[in-house]
Design a protein around this ligand. Structure first.
Ligand code: BGC
Length: 421
């Protein structure tokens, strides 16, 4: 564990002991304050479904929303609040971060709120593993996003008579044609996590599931510095010249807008982008298309959204709220309505997917048949702390034309070793 994490852990653990002394809550009986980063149009619509469902149960969702896709800023704010002994009641925490917070003793087990059998019956194994810590479920899973999608602007593809690229060679040919025609080939935001997401998609397609997991889940150094990894970084860098430029301070929402405004032809992004296009009136398969990232057929990099509940001192009312929160969120009606707005797929097994669009139907079928890997750019494979460090290195390499693939693999491997010490 890195010194930074150790220090943070120590401060947080100690400050937790002071919580009852430091503040008292004046939140109304039925309110539930939730920290999250769902601030884009599609995310807001999905949230409206969530808020409405909870209101019907007399639970008033109090937004504590921090702008910033990927959640970096939200997680920083959460740490600050935890340090000052003022954590919200619930927060959007996912992947290995769940265990990091659970280790500090700050989270309530969710299998205390509803019987374990209920969770066991409805959730896929991979979801159960993701939310577990020391034999208990510590988070409420909400939905599943697929990350390795390539989105296409249908009008541009038709106008230029292009077909969706299925290999990286085809991708470069298509991108060249798009560029020559005056469109931006790849809509790409200016944040480090988006660079990381793009690299992840390329790496998964070239390494395959096994080596991807060896590198980014098990941190096997021989794979991290291998020739295959050098090839993946080289391929990734080749995409740079096709990406939208001048995107500093802009993120995936601005990039997705370029695609829906017919300024850009393609975007690598998780299917939350579908939620955004849907909110602005665009129709899947009419305005835009979803295809597998080239050479990644049969592979599915997943991102499971989930909420955790922080331990607070006035438990009685909150437990009641939490139970309603959980019951509502796990019901199939809610799962369907929410995911349709969010662009994701339900977290429940055996759902009837007829009312979903064809991208979500494909995603649900693929989730049940493809090789699943955790998306490291979405904090599913590592703690958000390590993910941020990795993203910085990947991003510096992407934007610096002098940086070499041989050097970046070593840098990445050293950073991972340092953080995991
Ligand atoms: C979250 C999604 C969210 C996306 C963009 C991801 O990390 O898991 O729910 O829509 O970030 O904000």
């Amino acid at each position: 564990m890195s010194p930074k994490i150790k220090t943070f852990k120590k401060i947080v653990t100690t400050s937790w002991l002071l919580v009852p002394l430091l503040f008292s809550t004046n939140i109304a009986a039925s309110s539930l304050e939730v920290l999250h980063w769902w601030t884009s149009p599609g995310e807001i619509q999905a949230q409206a479904v969530l808020k409405e469902a909870l209101l019907q149960q007399n639970v008033d969702w109090q937004d504590f929303a921090i702008v910033g896709g990927g959640g970096e800023s939200a997680l920083r704010v959460l740490q600050m609040r935890a340090l000052s002994g003022n954590s919200p009641e619930a927060a959007q925490i996912k992947g290995p971060d769940i265990a990091e917070w659970a280790k500090m003793g700050m989270l309530n087990e969710v299998d205390n709120i509803l019987p374990v059998e209920l969770w066991d019956k409805h959730l896929p194994n991979i979801v159960k593993e993701t939310i577990s810590y020391e034999g208990h479920y510590m988070a409420l899973p909400l939905n599943i996003h697929r990350v390795n999608w390539l989105w296409l602007n249908k009008a541009i593809f038709e106008e230029l008579q292009l077909t969706a690229p299925t290999t990286w060679n085809e991708f470069i040919t298509v991108a060249e044609t798009i560029k020559k025609a005056g469109y931006i080939p790849i809509a790409h935001g200016g944040t480090t996590w988006e660079d990381s997401l793009l690299f992840e998609s390329v790496a998964l397609s070239l390494l395959g599931a096994e080596k991807y997991k060896q590198a980014f889940v098990q941190f096997d150094e021989s794979v991290l510095v291998s020739q295959d990894m050098i090839t993946a970084f080289t391929q990734f860098k080749q995409l740079y010249r096709y990406t939208s430029q001048d995107m500093q301070g802009k993120d995936w929402v601005d990039a997705s807008q370029l695609l829906s405004d017919k300024k850009a032809a393609m975007q690598f992004m998780g299917d939350w982008a579908k939620g955004m296009w849907q909110a602005s009136g665009k129709v899947v398969m009419e305005d835009y298309l979803c295809v597998d990232v080239p050479q990644s057929e049969g592979l599915f990099s997943y991102n499971i959204d989930s909420f955790v509940f922080f331990k607070k001192h006035n438990n009685k009312i909150q437990d009641n709220n939490k139970r309603k929160f959980v019951e509502t969120l796990i019901s199939s009606d809610f799962q369907r309505a929410f995911s349709i707005q969010k662009g994701s797929i339900p977290v429940r097994i055996n759902m009837d997917m007829q009312s979903f669009d064809s991208c979500s139907q494909k995603s649900y079928a693929d989730f049940n048949s493809n090789e699943l890997v955790p998306s490291f750019s979405q904090n599913m494979a590592t703690s958000s702390y390590l993910q941020t460090e990795m993203s910085k290195i990947i991003s510096n390499y992407f934007h610096n034309d002098k940086a070499t693939a041989e050097h970046v693999v070593k840098q990445l491997s050293l950073a991972i070793r340092a953080v995991n010490k």
